[in-house]
Design a protein around this ligand. Structure first.
Ligand SMILES: O=C(O)CCC(=O)C(=O)O
Length: 249
């Protein structure tokens, strides 16, 4: 799923000055790739049924903490704060340039993994997109206490992944809820594959008891002939309540 070259590039990018740590991280990525490959037939079925597929504990929480810290310290990082009545969160823009896929050079470790051709090809197969990926967009969503992403329908992009970098305990909010009745609580190290473009989705607010913020690194893939930019925010009143507890009441 990830070649040795990709795994080495990830590690070299994350800890350039620590060859011993690079070896450990590169081996972890290769192992994760092998486990992921074994899961793929089942993941394709999950996506067809639920529009998303969840791979718990693909990476170690320790590696994710390192990656998270690395991504927050990227030079020149641009952060957008989105404040709406229905939800507020922050977006660290990793690459918003919509450069053609074949010309996109990963500038940080998350992009090394998410742009690896072998991985992108497997994602295309699992989500049943036969046209080639022509461009991507990458960012990190960050949710502090009280934050949540407002209900929205991704009107752009064809498939997407999220790697959870950090998440509070499952009791502390941050659940991703889809209007098709599917929901998922991510933990640091989990991978989510999404073909949910037409499904409204949101997250539940992070509770004050949370000891860490929630952060999800995202890569959205656009295929040839697919859907290019723009996404709209919808009111909770239209698309469902903010929290699962309220939803069940
Ligand atoms: O962080 C999440 O779980 C959801 C992110 C999301 O819905 C999006 O970026 O469109």
């Amino acid at each position: 799923m990830w070649t040795t070259d990709t795994a080495n590039a990830f590690a070299a990018n994350l800890v350039p000055d620590d060859p011993a740590q690079q070896k450990v991280l590169a081996r972890d990525v290769c192992d994760a790739g092998q486990r992921l490959r074994a899961h793929f037939p089942g993941l394709a079925q999950q996506i067809a049924r639920d529009t998303i597929a969840h791979v718990p504990a693909l990476f170690s929480p320790e590696a994710m903490a390192q990656l998270d810290e690395h991504l927050t310290r990227l030079p020149g990082l641009v952060t957008e704060r989105v404040e709406t009545k229905e939800g507020s969160w922050s977006i660290d823009l990793l690459d918003n340039t919509y450069t053609p896929f074949e010309d996109t050079k990963p500038q940080e470790p998350f992009s090394v993994l998410s742009l690896a051709p072998e991985f992108v090809e497997a994602l295309g197969d699992a989500t049943e997109f036969t046209n080639p990926v022509i461009t991507t967009r990458r960012w990190v969503n960050r949710y502090g206490i009280g934050d949540s992403i407002a209900p929205h329908d991704d009107t752009t992009g064809d498939f997407q992944i999220m790697i959870c970098l950090s998440a509070p305990h499952a009791d502390c909010g941050g659940e991703l809820v889809l209007a098709n009745g599917v929901s998922v609580v991510l933990a640091a190290g989990d991978l989510l594959i999404m073909k949910h473009a037409s499904v409204v989705h949101w997250t539940t607010p992070i509770r004050s008891a949370a000891s860490v913020d929630r952060a999800t690194a995202t890569c959205r893939y656009h295929v040839d002939g697919g859907r290019l930019p723009r996404s709209k925010v919808l009111p909770h009143t239209q698309q469902g309540p903010r929290s699962r507890v309220e939803r069940q009441a």
